[in-house]
Design a protein around this ligand. Structure first.
Ligand code: GRF
Length: 205
């Protein structure tokens, strides 16, 4: 088995990154974390990557101003330089243009802290509590141009308990995230879950 070369894109603490790094230690895991890339030079997750001996790169979005595609071309160059085959977004707080999404279509995964299609966007735990739903969770999906809307690879849920706060709920959902992201990446790396946007467009016609 040749392991797929994976880049994990982060902006922050990188706990999902840590879960993916741990999973990839198993001999039979079909993916290697070959690059950790951050748009923020101070992201805590970069230190986790260095501790694990994984190459890191920083592409700061700020010098690019409003030119999102120029930022993405710089990202793309880093990914290609490392011969990356799959990209996992893990708390990467930048939205992509259709150009980047098209380039990486079917090879770009994201984790979202809600049971999509519920609660797209930010502050998902607060919104779940406010809405009165009894279950909440996390979803790994393929990225498409529309935010948090791509085909779902895996999701799992937890019960919302009386007395839950945004923090207690977030902590329980985070455990779900750490479990399902490595599982979802395994499915994609082994070719057992796939998404072809050209086929999807044909079927929609
Ligand atoms: C996670 O809740 C993830 O679902 C969301 O951002 C958070 C990142 O956390 N997209 P971490 O950096 O992986 O700890």
């Amino acid at each position: 088995m040749t392991r797929k070369r994976v880049a994990v894109l982060i902006s922050g603490r990188g706990s999902n990154l840590a879960a993916l790094i741990d999973a990839a230690k198993a001999e039979d895991y079909p993916a290697d974390i070959a690059l950790v890339l951050s748009n923020r030079p101070d992201a805590l997750g970069l230190a986790r990557a260095r501790d694990a001996g994984i190459p890191t790169a920083v592409v700061d979005h700020r010098p690019f101003g409003d030119d999102r595609e120029a930022f993405e071309r710089a990202l793309d160059a880093e990914l290609n330089a490392r011969r990356i085959e799959l990209v996992c977004l893990a708390g990467f707080m930048r939205l992509f243009t259709p150009w980047f999404v098209g380039r990486w279509s079917g090879r770009l995964l994201n984790i979202h802290p809600a049971l999509l299609p519920q609660f797209k966007g930010l502050h998902t735990h607060r919104r779940a509590l406010e809405s009165g739903v009894r279950r909440h969770g996390a979803t790994v999906h393929f990225v498409v141009a529309e935010t948090d809307a791509g085909p779902i690879i895996l999701q799992d849920s937890v019960a919302i308990l009386d007395g839950d706060t945004e923090e207690t709920l977030a902590a329980r959902v985070l455990e779900v995230e750490h479990r399902i992201y490595p599982q979802a990446l395994r499915l994609v790396a082994e070719g057992r879950a796939s998404f072809d946007s050209a086929d999807a467009a044909k079927n929609a016609r």
